[in-house]
Design a protein around this ligand. Structure first.
Ligand SMILES: [Zn+2]
Length: 145
């Protein structure tokens, strides 16, 4: 393994196949049916609409809107509370579940515009950063700190 490969493995995704993350830049990956153009997240092997197996994996839009949300006040010790879970509708027609970051429970609203961000969510046993995705507010909802 070359040094470049070692460097590129300084992080691990929290789950394979959901996103691409290189040099600090990430994008969610969806699956689009080549036959009927229906999108999926996560991608899948067979289209649920037309049963085609010709699914191509492509980047999803970075911005979407909050479909709904809930605030978590009790969790396992690994998670600092409170935190907000959101379902985000992306323009492709997929709905993504993730944490909302950089937003207080009082400020979150249905329909608010958000964008995906990629952050370290923990460390694995070898000390590598585990990278996951969250959403944060954009536009008038951005909080000045
Ligand atoms: Zn299809």
């Amino acid at each position: 393994m070359s040094d470049a490969n070692v460097a590129s493995q300084a992080y691990v995704p929290f789950r394979q196949g959901l996103f691409r993350f290189e040099e600090g830049v990430g994008e969610l990956l969806g699956g689009r049916c080549r036959h009927c153009r229906t999108w999926y997240f996560p991608s899948r092997r067979v289209c649920a609409k037309c049963l085609s197996q010709k699914i191509e994996v492509l980047p999803l839009s970075k911005q979407g809107t909050v479909y709904t949300y809930t605030t978590i006040y009790q969790s396992t010790p690994e998670f600092q509370v409170p935190y907000i879970l959101v379902y985000v509708d992306l323009p492709e027609g997929v709905r993504v579940l993730a944490q909302l970051t950089q937003c207080s429970p009082e400020a979150v609203r249905i329909g608010m515009p958000v964008e995906v961000v990629f952050e370290e969510v923990g460390r694995d046993q070898e000390g590598r950063a585990i990278i996951g995705y969250r959403f944060r507010p954009v536009g008038p909802w951005v909080r000045e700190s």
